[in-house]
Write a protein that binds this ligand. Structure first.
Ligand code: FMN
Length: 193
């Protein structure tokens, strides 16, 4: 019932404890992205984000859930454009860098501005989607930002995963041969072009 005016105290049960909810969600491993944009001063902003969801195919639309107060959220809304950088398995330190309160995160990574006007993490990403903001809605302490995907670039690399509060990786399995799949060997570190 998110988005309605129904008050929490009218629910028959209180919300589950946050730690229980965190335990539950941590059992759902996901890929790891860094959402990037430029702020109104032209400075790059970016944050680690696992709340990435494909919403529609026609037109291609995704959403990210960004916390209120985030400098990245402010930049995304102000510019109306953002990039979703999907991290490869070798980019764990980048995921950590973009999730901590570190000054000038972008001085510690390789990046360039895409033609769409948002930063690409050229050495850390296995894929990038350039998006235009087509909607945003507040849900409690986060804002859901909907992006129409203008351009994508992706290469075959092992993906960085996050689950059980740890980072891991997913090696792309080789195609089935005779009904059996074999473990793949991705090339972590290859840049999207
Ligand atoms: C693995 C991981 C996933 C995260 N996913 C999200 C997310 O989906 N949305 C969010 O608001 N914060 C998420 N965070 C927290 C942000 O990365 C963190 O608050 C960051 O410092 C925000 O940057 P900013 O405030 O400079 O924009 C995540 C952190 C980690 C380590």
């Amino acid at each position: 019932m998110v988005g309605t005016s129904r008050a929490d105290d009218t629910f028959p049960e209180p919300a589950a404890p946050i730690w229980e909810y965190r335990d539950f969600m941590s059992s759902f491993p996901t890929g790891v992205a860094v959402v990037t944009s430029l702020d109104t001063a032209g400075e790059p902003q970016g944050m680690t984000c696992t709340s990435l969801l494909s919403v529609t195919l026609r037109p291609p639309t995704l959403l990210v859930s960004l916390r209120h107060g985030s400098a990245t959220l402010a930049a995304v809304i102000a510019r109306g454009v953002f990039s979703v950088n999907l991290l490869h398995a070798g980019a764990r330190e980048i995921a950590e860098l973009f999730s901590r309160p570190v000054e000038s995160r972008f001085s510690r990574v390789s990046w360039r501005l895409s033609a769409h006007g948002a930063p690409w993490l050229v050495d850390a990403a296995l894929g990038v989607a350039d998006c235009s903001v087509v909607g945003a809605t507040d849900v409690r302490d986060h804002r859901l930002v909907f992006g129409e995907v203008r351009h994508v670039s992706v290469c075959e690399s092992d993906a960085l995963l996050y689950g059980r509060r740890r980072f891991g990786s997913w090696a792309v399995p080789a195609p089935d041969v005779g009904g059996r799949s074999t473990s793949g060997t991705g090339s972590a570190g290859t840049s999207p072009r």
